[in-house]
Design a protein. Structure first.
Length: 200
């Protein structure tokens, strides 16, 4: 598993205002910011319309409330996942990749980056805490834990924590149709557990 990249994710903070329209606007914002991201997302959404729902659900899981260097972590997660996905496509030397594998590769990149970005613990003054391995969307947790929230990087995340986090994120952002597609090409475990993205 990758270690948290302190250059990419640092100076964490939680902002109190959670934008409930964010799941529907974040993808459009990312498309507008980058021609390359726009092209990649457009192709993914054309081949797999469910990708839009995946991104909306991931945005709800993370929200724009968790920020690093004043930028929503969810935005960086999606942008980085698209970059990684583009690199994987190039590294395949122009060979045709099966559509279900391409979908799986993108989902794996999203989950990799989410787990990398969210090695944090968010605490409320009421004694409650949240981290990605709990399987609860941050949007749900923060609604009942608003008073005086703090966030800090957590150095005690284990490989087991990462695997639990990956499973929760995968189960939350996908649907049964996506799971069946990945199982049919024997790629679900690669997405859930990590590993080589280039082959099933």
């Amino acid at each position: 598993m990758k270690k948290n990249n302190s250059e990419k994710y640092r100076n964490y903070e939680v902002i109190s205002m959670i934008d409930t329209t964010l799941p529907f606007t974040m993808v459009e914002k990312i498309k507008a910011n980058s021609k390359k991201s726009n092209e990649l997302l457009s192709v993914l959404q054309f081949d797999w319309p469910d990708v839009e729902l995946v991104l909306q659900k991931l945005t709800r899981y993370v929200t724009a409330g968790i920020q690093a260097d004043k930028k929503p972590v969810i935005q960086t997660i999606i942008e980085e996942a698209l970059e990684q996905y583009a690199v994987l496509l190039i590294e395949n030397n122009g060979k045709k990749i099966l559509d279900p594998i391409r979908l799986g590769m993108f989902l794996k990149c999203l989950i990799d980056e989410t787990v990398l970005a969210l090695r944090v613990k968010v605490c409320s003054s009421n004694g409650s805490s949240w981290d990605v391995s709990q399987g609860i969307p941050f949007a749900d947790w923060v609604m009942v834990n608003k008073p005086r929230i703090t966030i800090h990087e957590s150095s005690d995340f284990t490989l087991d924590d990462d695997l639990i986090s990956r499973r929760y994120v995968y189960d939350y952002i996908t649907n049964e149709r996506i799971k069946k597609v990945l199982r049919r090409v024997n790629y679900e475990q690669t997405v859930v557990c990590g590993g080589d993205s280039a082959s099933p």
